[in-house]
Structure formats: structure tokens, C-alpha cells
Write a protein that binds this ligand. Structure first.
Ligand SMILES: Cc1cc2nc3c(=O)[nH]c(=O)nc-3n(C[C@H](O)[C@H](O)[C@H](O)COP(=O)(O)O)c2cc1C
Length: 165
């Protein structure tokens, strides 16, 4: 993969996040995990290019996300649908998802990304905030999404490196 400038990143952010996106957190020293995400945003905040993700507290990946300053988003080609579905239904608490899917972790400094990705965004955590019912204008959305609790935490990460195949 080659490192590119954020200025040369030309993607449809909605299509990118909706399909085949894997979140990894942790590193070689403390351990790491991977899970599928399809809720997220790319944009500018506090004068920085950012990726925002939404992770429910029940996700094993969140324990690594909270222990460490970085997270990584790896966009896989469409032919990895099966592996992405696996990472989105099985928890790393019970299974090593890299071993089970054959996906390859790449440990680099404080991050881990997926070698099979077409695009990788390495992010430095800037802000984390649980979604709050009182902040909704449309409270139906809250009721639809959180009838059983497990309310998402929003993580804003500065995009510090972009890798492209
Ligand atoms: C297509 C798809 C998208 C998903 N998007 C999210 C998401 O944005 N946030 C989230 O918390 N869980 C999301 N999930 C669920 C997690 O990926 C799933 O619960 C996973 O098994 C958690 O793994 P972990 O316990 O190893 O962290 C998604 C699942 C799928 C199949």
C-alpha cells in the first residue's frame, strides 16, 4: 500500500462506510480486535480531517478502542463480503477473527490494519461521547435503535494517515 495525502482521497464517504468497512483497535503489545462498522462519517472538525465511528459498549473491540490512542478503518473490496459479515456477527471475545477469516493483520506502531484493504484510514482519537436521548429532536430514532440499551459511543478520530492500494 502507498501512503497518500488526505488531499488526494477521492471517495464517496457514504458508500465507503456502508460497504465492507472494518474497524481495528489495539496494537501488537496489548492485543487487538477487528469488527465490521457501517455507521460513520468523514469530514472536517476542529480544523482537522476526521473519521467518526459509533460503537456499542457490548463490542469487544471497544475495550481496545478505550485503551489506546488510535483506531484504524480498513475498506475491503466487495469480494470480501463473507469475511466482513463474519467480523460483524462473531465476537472476538470468543474467536480470533483474523485466524477464522484468513484476513491478515498488519501491526505498525500503535495501529493494526487489514492487509487485504483497498484503503486504510489511521485515526488518532480526539473525542468520545455516548449518544444521549435528551439530545434527539426525533426521539423515535432513539427508541428504534436503543430499546435494549447498549447505546453507541461516538468516537471522533483525526485522520493522520491514508494508505491506498
Ligand atoms: C454490516 C454491519 C455493520 C455493523 N456496524 C456496526 C457499527 O457501526 N457499530 C457497532 O457498534 N456495531 C456494528 N456492527 C456489529 C458488530 O460488527 C458486531 O457486533 C461484531 O460482532 C462485534 O465484534 P467484537 O465483539 O469482536 O468487537 C455491524 C455489523 C454488521 C454486520
Amino acid at each position: 500500500m502507498e501512503k497518500i495525502s488526505i488531499k488526494d482521497l477521492c471517495v464517496n464517504p457514504i458508500e465507503l462506510i456502508k460497504h465492507c468497512m472494518l474497524l481495528t483497535a489495539g496494537n501488537e503489545a496489548i492485543g487487538y480486535n477487528v469488527m465490521t462498522v457501517s455507521w460513520g462519517n468523514l469530514g472536517m472538525l476542529w480544523d482537522k480531517p476526521v473519521a467518526i465511528i459509533y460503537v456499542r459498549p457490548s463490542r469487544y473491540t471497544k475495550t481496545f478502542l478505550d485503551k489506546q490512542d488510535y483506531f484504524t478503518l480498513s475498506a475491503l473490496p466487495a469480494d470480501y463480503k463473507k469475511e466482513v459479515a463474519y467480523c460483524g456477527t462473531v465476537s472476538g471475545m470468543r474467536q480470533n477473527k483474523f485466524a477464522a477469516t484468513g484476513l491478515t493483520p498488519v501491526c505498525e506502531g500503535n495501529t493494526v490494519h487489514v492487509a487485504e484493504a483497498e484503503l486504510v484510514l489511521k485515526c488518532r482519537k480526539l473525542y468520545a461521547q455516548p449518544i444521549e436521548k435528551k439530545c434527539f429532536f426525533d426521539t423515535d430514532l432513539y427508541d428504534e435503535s436503543y430499546a435494549h440499551g447498549d447505546v453507541h459511543v461516538m468516537y471522533v478520530g483525526e485522520i493522520v494517515e491514508v494508505l491506498k492500494k
